[in-house]
Design a protein around this ligand. Structure first.
Ligand SMILES: [Zn+2]
Length: 422
């Protein structure tokens, strides 16, 4: 009976997934187009100091900088629930409209198969990639799906938002080196070796921590790491067990990334990285995208409090009537400051994680890996993807210089991507 019900639910979900594209109309809401006229969308990969008074110009700096988020799960609500990536959805944390308003330039899309699918993982991700390619073609005037640094540079120079693909959880490789090569050929540029469950590649952080499972990389896992190095595919250690992590570090010759992880010393959760792991990643000239999920940021998190603060701040922001994005952000920030709600997890905690990594290993290895739309709730002030500018404002308040902020917002990841996938 259980199997019958499972089969029925899977069939419904699959049908929804398969039908999605015909339901979607292909128009981007123009509501936020006008504010963007005042914003520089054409971006170049150079570190420049342009602003004299960051206290005044924090939001201007945000929209001038290259902003990259190295992990987002929007493809789940889009494919499985029929959300429209081009619309300002009330129930998603991100979409084209919110990214534009939040000043995001590059999004790495997580190519992920939900755990409830017990087979057909490779086939599933091939369909996800088909859909990503369809977006690239339908929205080619504003969006460029890129496969390497050169394409990314061209996309940024043309003022388009750019997308990269990164696979999460090596289960879609299905133990086949040919599948790994196909993923690469189709444009996937990082692979998170496991999700929360161990697989043919290696053991996961949850299995190692909560189930006492050891083992590290399998023999196939070692081959996968070597092949990824050879092809120029970034190895993502978010979700990976610590034993497997050290196996990777001893095997790979490339910079290692953790696309969406935070600091264990601040919040001891199995998904976070120990100081030794952070140091080891930095030593490879790698990158850590700090996850926005309050559960990974704040050991005393109160989820219902955070969610109620989100809706308060979001409702307050709805009353701000400005077509100018910088002005909108100033007013929103003032509103949040003047109507501050205590409790929950303030954005300062997210900045603490960034700050901790900077103090431990230096400015060159940290960035943003929101995990938006992956079932996470982010800090109080960061209620959705329109709120990235608040992070820049907070970094200014912490005393970070323009050059350092540009590195955190995007240039650190760009450096690693350029090295591994030129
Ligand atoms: Zn994840």
């Amino acid at each position: 009976m259980k199997i019958l019900i499972l089969a029925f639910v899977s069939a419904i979900l699959f049908l929804k997934f398969a039908c999605f594209t015909s339901e979607s109309d292909k128009k981007i809401s123009t509501k936020t187009d006008s504010p963007m006229n005042t914003i520089n969308r054409v971006k170049k990969d150079t570190i420049i100091n342009k602003f004299n008074n960051l206290d005044e110009d924090a939001f201007a700096l945000h929209y001038d900088a290259i902003v990259i988020d190295t992990h987002n799960d929007i493809l789940m609500p889009v494919f499985l629930e029929g959300a429209d990536i081009s619309k300002n959805n009330p129930h998603t944390q991100s979409d084209f409209v919110k990214w534009k308003k939040g000043g995001l330039d590059v999004q790495v899309f997580s190519i992920y198969v939900p755990e409830r699918y017990k087979s057909g993982h490779f086939k599933y991700v091939m369909k996800l990639i088909d859909e990503m390619e369809r977006y690239a073609s339908d929205y080619s005037d504003i969006f460029a799906l890129c496969k390497n640094y050169t394409e990314l540079q061209n996309g940024l120079a043309s003022g388009k938002m750019c997308g990269l693909m990164g696979s999460e959880g090596g289960n879609m490789v299905e133990g086949s080196m040919d599948n790994l090569v196909t993923l690469y050929d189709r444009g996937v540029r990082y692979l998170g070796l496991t999700w929360n469950t161990s697989n043919a590649i290696g053991t996961s952080a949850r299995d190692e921590n909560e189930r006492g499972k050891k083992g590290g990389l399998t023999e196939f896992g070692f081959d996968v790491v070597k092949k990824m190095d050879e092809m120029g595919m970034l190895i993502d250690v978010s979700h990976l067990g610590e034993t497997a992590f050290w196996d990777v570090l001893q095997t790979s010759k490339n910079p290692i990334i953790a696309s969406h992880s935070a600091v264990y010393s601040i919040c001891p959760h199995y998904r976070n990285l120990s100081d030794e792991q952070i140091k080891a990643i930095a030593k490879t000239n790698g990158y850590i995208g700090v996850n926005f999920y309050c559960k990974f940021l704040d050991p005393s998190v109160n989820s219902s409090k955070v969610k109620s603060i989100h809706s308060n701040y979001k409702n307050g922001a709805k009353n701000i009537d400005s077509d100018d994005l910088i002005e909108f952000n100033k007013q929103r920030y003032d509103y949040m400051t003047n109507n501050r709600i205590d409790g929950g997890t303030p954005v300062d905690v997210l900045i603490d994680h960034i700050d901790y990594i900077v103090k431990l290993v230096g400015i060159d290895y940290v960035g943003l890996g929101s995990d938006f739309d992956g079932g996470v709730y982010s800090p109080n002030e960061i209620y959705d993807a329109t709120c990235y500018p608040i992070i820049t404002k907070k970094l200014v308040e912490r005393g970070y210089k323009e050059e350092e902020i540009r590195k955190i917002l995007g240039l650190n990841f760009l450096r690693v991507f350029k090295q591994v996938s030129p």
